[in-house]
Design a protein around this ligand. Sequence first.
Ligand SMILES: Cc1cc2nc3c(=O)[nH]c(=O)nc-3n(C[C@H](O)[C@H](O)[C@H](O)COP(=O)(O)O)c2cc1C
Length: 381
Amino acid sequence: MTSPAALARCLNIADLRQRARQRAHRASFDYLDGGADDEVTLRRNSEAFARFELHYRVLREAANPDTSVTLLGESLALPLILSPTACQRLFHTEGELAAARAAAEAGTVFCLSTLSSTSIETIAASTTGPKWFQFYLWRDRGLAREMIQRAKQAGFKAIILTVDLPAHGNRERDPRNGFTIPPRMGLLQAWHALRAPAWTFDYLSREPIRYANLSGNAKATSLQSFIGNHFAQGFNWSDAEWMLDEWNGPAVIKGVVRPDDAATAAAAGFRCVMVSNHGGRQLDHSPAPINVAEPIIDRVGHEMEVVVDGGIRRGTDVLKALALGAKAVGIGRAYLYGLAAGGLPGVRRALEILQNEIVRDMTLLGAADRSLVTRELLGRR
Ligand SMILES: Cc1cc2nc3c(=O)[nH]c(=O)nc-3n(C[C@H](O)[C@H](O)[C@H](O)COP(=O)(O)O)c2cc1C
């Protein structure tokens, strides 16, 4: 168990990561924490923020800054959203319910993955906050259509099409750990389970972990073979247009790192782009989102809202993205570390840490609200 006192002693997201590593099963933690190939992009996503300096203003009366922003017509209390992440019950039995609740309490958007371990309908019934549904193009068009309709009926406000997964990235920690969904318990995994008693107690005593949006219990397989079997591989812009027609509402494209792709997406009808490389889990050596955000904002910022997603671990990271012109940022691991460390209180703690940092850093920057966080505050090393 991670006690409230232990969560309170986590002063930053890196501390929560340590707690998550202690509590979670090794295969789950590595699935959460790892990246593709040599993890160059995974590291660079965070390190790239250090390239920017913050040239703060003084004597500006920014003691109680307003951290709110608007995104796709939604007013958010914080300039960050919870990006979609698959199968959150792998990290803690409370899974997506905890993340969605904490997001609603913090006044921001929760994005539910297609591959969630809590169903579209359960999430819709248990939280009142704004929700977006993340979508991959299934090979089976009937299933794809059904998922889109279910999300619409359940009241999800926007759809996110993730486009950086035409094949599964080479995440080498997973086969080394024999990682599967649902988790399979061979000798190695049982050995790791003994070292994660709180996680293992939940695993043995709670509802089994599964892809909750699919009927029946899928056989335990690697994510790589699941994706190879079920998702369309030869996916193109006309498929994206098919999805836009089916959804017929606000749509977000996620996984873009080039201005020309962002412009094509805007012309197709997407209203928001998440500049993202899937948290360094897909093509290694793809650029850090913060490094390519500026040309994308300059190219499409007048017609699309831009969200920077990847590597955010600190309030200053959030403010650097906003200063470049992003409407908000997406966070993935930052809240998952909280979830894996301690369920709902852990996600709350992750969001509280980031909120406190954003408030303090806006005061230190001399920015009373989002409109004062501009490129003039950025220096480049
Ligand atoms: C464990 C895990 C699972 C993920 N699953 C999905 C997913 O199902 N769909 C998706 O679009 N992105 C997925 N992502 C990517 C996140 O949405 C987001 O782009 C990424 O985590 C951002 O980087 P960060 O973790 O450094 O914040 C996943 C990321 C992680 C860490």
